[in-house]
Design a protein around this ligand. Structure first.
Ligand SMILES: Nc1nc2c(c(=O)[nH]1)N[C@H]1C(S)=C(S)[C@@H](COP(=O)(O)OP(=O)(O)OC[C@H]3O[C@@H](n4cnc5c(=O)[nH]c(N)nc54)[C@H](O)[C@@H]3O)O[C@H]1N2
Ligand SMILES: Nc1nc2c(c(=O)[nH]1)N[C@H]1C(S)=C(S)[C@@H](COP(=O)(O)OP(=O)(O)OC[C@H]3O[C@@H](n4cnc5c(=O)[nH]c(N)nc54)[C@H](O)[C@@H]3O)O[C@H]1N2
Ligand code: SF4
Ligand SMILES: [Mo]
Length: 715
């Protein structure tokens, strides 16, 4: 009888390690295809300078050896034929799409020459420094902008996480994250980490095994829904009414934290009076959630101690009523006494690039070398004063309007790092505004449709080809080294920015010192040095980091104008806006615009994440594209039946602004009356169908997730 081999986990692991004669080396890096909360550790198998395979790094506590489909396709990303290989200069007019290679020296000199001339003629504020979704270079880009003299550093955060942060700052002065492992109840309000933050889901699953109670809020069915004790399936854009109704129940039944409210809040009486307008019966009519479920959820969240709230970065603020909705939602944290409490929502200041792990750095000081008062007003400052007070950036969604109107002052040039014009509502409006700039530079890995509009394109390299610092929430830190040579002549974004700094801001002596010296300066309070970090290629876990205490406000007060949690916001009041988290219907909805709804009866929500796609990035990767080759709209079978649609039929999705052709995906993940579509497909750009000024009046955030449309079969 043959002997069956028995493989221990260790021998399996060893079997994967190439022996010395193979010429294969395993080098450590990180994946940066998706968001900064992930950035999974990667083992790159390199032979003859080429990556032949990627795996997750086992010893990285964040992903612990796992990778998602996108991460597994990294070789297709890095070696893609669309990678830009040399700096390129446009020949012909903006639309020609024709470029010629030029040298780095020529390109950088030309950029400096044009931008300094524009600064002389129109002031530094007429030059915008923009960062798209990539984040790692942002502190350097922002510092360059300010050292150049322009207040107009802005980023994709103008549609992403900053809106929720703004709402939370209006209430509390800061945003506090859920301390999930220690909580007994988790209120998941509009996020789908199974698709959007896969590396964190393993931990969520562990907690679920221990019996944590889960309440999920959101119109879509997600992989979390079967695990949730209660799912509040709201109509898109009605979160505010639901939250106010939960507050109504909590206050009426005396389930709120009296001690916290009496000592640490202002505006409670007005808020209590206002929530009287939202008994569950009324809220049920607005939100579509049955009244008894609203009551049940309010009681479960308020009586289970401690309870934490997990918010998505933006599903609640991608609405024309978004900021007040998000204020109403997060007010529940203070109301129930779960703010800055163990197992509740715990405030830990971010260490570096959005990761909060107890480490203290000088990122903020680094990126903002001069106060706002010394610079002209930012783009959007007159329209969105609360934004400019609390978010240290210009409002990028307003950029195309200021380019076209030249008011209150002209914008003549944009230096963009990873710009995707399809991110904007009315993406064609954004594209057309870029065309009238005097000068547009785009730094990107790929030849994108936005890059084609530029006068000059600079090739950036991927995370596999550069060095960067990455902190993880698990207090792990890694300083990566390139695992392969840059593709073509591509270079790390930070190196490009620093070379521009020597030409554009020579007086900034810190920027002139170079990348590693700047990072040492930023890391100084943490006692970390790049030279030491380099000794641990896979990174290491920081041992002596003490986390801040709970209830810090008892010592410091809240970082709001009154020093307390504000149910009625002082900043909104001073800006002439409603201080209470007042609920308003989305600007386009069956209730607010019944005349539009007659022609466009379906509620449209856009951008719910798909596991394989990341905005504009992964559509070009064959493995990934094969998972969902055609753009699809999710439509409930009942709505499909009314329209005589079968699965896979080609349909026209139309709004008042136009139409796109997509396939029908018949699915009950969307409720009847609502359709959902992903936003990144270049050939079916949903953002062209959204008005560029369909925005929240407080933040300028686009109403991506509640508007009206119709779906019809194409003949
Ligand atoms: N695979 C993948 N991962 C990503 C990204 C990606 O593109 N692809 N993008 C990254 C980025 S930039 C971001 S910002 C995050 C986003 O991360 P998430 O917030 O987790 O993403 P979404 O899927 O947009 O939203 C989650 C849920 O919000 C709910 N929702 C939709 N509309 C409404 C509404 O009107 N009200 C309420 N209350 N809920 C609503 C839906 O039920 C949906 O399931 O993901 C990041 N991770
Ligand atoms: N309808 C609708 N629209 C949305 C959303 C929605 O939910 N619905 N979500 C919004 C949100 S939350 C976000 S975050 C935005 C997405 O924000 P976008 O900025 O549109 O995101 P991406 O398309 O991922 O990246 C932009 C560019 O960065 C390039 N890039 C990637 N890595 C690097 C790098 O290291 N260096 C350089 N120089 N370039 C790099 C990519 O190739 C790409 O061209 O979209 C927003 N738009
Ligand atoms: S979750 Fe996937 S895409 Fe995101 S960093 Fe990890 S492997 Fe990369
Ligand atoms: Mo985002």
């Amino acid at each position: 009888m043959p002997i069956k081999p028995v493989l221990s986990p260790i021998s399996v692991l060893k079997g994967k390690i190439p022996d010395e004669t193979s010429g294969i080396e395993v080098r450590k890096t990180i994946c940066s295809i998706c968001n900064p909360l992930s950035h999974c550790g990667i083992d790159a198998y390199v032979k003859d300078g080429v990556i032949i395979k990627v795996e997750g790094t086992k010893e990285n506590p964040h992903n612990a050896g796992t990778l998602c489909a996108k991460g597994a396709a990294n070789r297709q990303y890095i070696y893609h034929p669309d990678r830009i290989r040399t700096p390129l200069i446009k020949r012909g007019d903006r639309d020609s799409g024709e470029f010629e290679p030029i040298s780095w020296e020529e390109a950088l000199d030309l950029i400096a020459d044009r931008l300094l001339r524009i600064k002389d003629e129109s002031g530094p504020e007429s030059v915008v420094f923009y960062a798209g979704y990539p984040k790692w270079m942002r502190p350097f880009l922002k510092r360059l902008a300010h050292s150049f003299g322009s207040p107009n550093y802005c980023s994709e955060s103008s549609t992403c996480s900053a809106g929720a942060l703004l709402a939370s700052k209006l209430n509390y002065g800061v945003a506090a994250r859920p301390e999930i492992p220690k909580s007994e109840c988790l209120l998941v309000w509009s996020t789908n980490p199974f698709y959007s933050n896969t590396s964190a889901v393993r931990k969520l699953l562990d907690i679920m095994e221990k019996g944590i109670k889960i309440i999920e809020v959101g119109p879509l069915i997600t992989p979390l829904t079967p695990h949730a004790h209660i799912h509040l399936r709201i109509r898109p854009g009605t979160s505010g009414a639901l939250a106010l109704s939960m507050a109504h129940v909590i206050i009426e039944e005396g389930l709120f934290d009296r001690e916290f409210i009496d000592n640490w809040s202002v505006g409670f009486d007005e808020y209590r009076d206002y929530v009287q307008e939202f008994p569950p019966k009324v809220a049920a009519e607005i939100t579509g959630v049955p009244a008894d479920l609203i009551r049940k959820a309010a009681r479960l969240y308020a009586t289970t101690k401690p309870a934490a709230m997990l918010n998505g970065p933006n599903a609640t603020v991608h609405h024309t009523n978004g900021i007040q909705n998000h204020r109403a939602i997060t007010a529940l944290i203070g109301l129930t006494g779960n703010f800055d409490r163990e197992g509740g929502n715990y405030f830990v200041p971010p260490a570096y690039l959005y990761v909060a792990n107890g480490v203290v750095t000088r990122q903020q000081e680094f990126e903002q070398p001069r106060p706002w008062e010394e610079m002209p007003p930012r783009i959007g400052e007159d329209l969105y004063p609360a934004w400019c007070k609390l978010i240290p950036e210009a409002q990028a969604i307003h950029l195309p309007f200021q380019i076209t109107s030249q008011q209150p002052y002209p914008i003549r040039a944009v230096l963009a790092v990873g710009m995707n014009h399809r991110m904007w509502p009315g993406s064609d409006h954004m594209r057309d505004s870029l065309k009238i700039l005097d000068f547009l530079v785009d730094v990107d890995l790929f030849m994108t449709d936005t890059a084609r509009l530029a006068d000059l394109i600079l090739p950036a390299c991927s995370s596999f080809e550069r060095s960067e610092l990455k902190f993880y929430p698990e207090q792990h830190v890694i300083w990566t080294s390139p695992v392969i040579k840059p593709i073509g002549e591509s270079r790390p974004d930070v190196d490009i920015i620093l070379d521009l700094a020597s030409r554009l801001a020579p007086a900034d002596s810190l920027l002139q010192k170079g990348y590693e010296e700047c990072m040492d300066w930023i890391l100084d309070p943490a006692g970390l040095k790049v030279a030491n970090l380099k000794k641990f290629p896979g990174g290491y876990t920081l041992k002596e980091i003490s986390m801040p205490p709970y209830r810090k406000y008892e010592k410091t007060g809240f970082y709001t104008p009154t020093g307390k949690m504000e149910f009625a916001s002082t900043i909104l009041k001073e800006a002439g806006l409603d201080p209470l988290p007042r609920y308003q219907e989305p600007a386009l909805s069956p209730h607010s615009t019944p005349e539009v709804a007659r022609e466009f009866p379906l509620i449209l929500t856009t951008g719910a994440r798909l596991p394989m796609y990341v905005h504009s990035r992964t559509f070009r990767l064959p493995w990934i594209r094969s998972l969902r080759p055609d753009p699809m709209v999710d439509i409930n079978p009942l709505d499909a039946h009314d329209r005589d649609l079968s699965p896979g039929d080609w349909v026209e999705l139309s709004t008042q602004r136009g139409l796109i052709r997509v396939k029908a995906n018949l699915t009950e993940i969307v409720p009847q009356g609502t359709v959902n579509i992903y936003h990144g497909y270049p050939e079916a750009d949903i953002n062209q169908l959204i008005e560029p000024d369909y925005v929240d009046p407080i933040s300028g955030y686009p109403g991506f997730k509640s508007l009206l449309c119709e779906v019809t079969k194409t003949s």
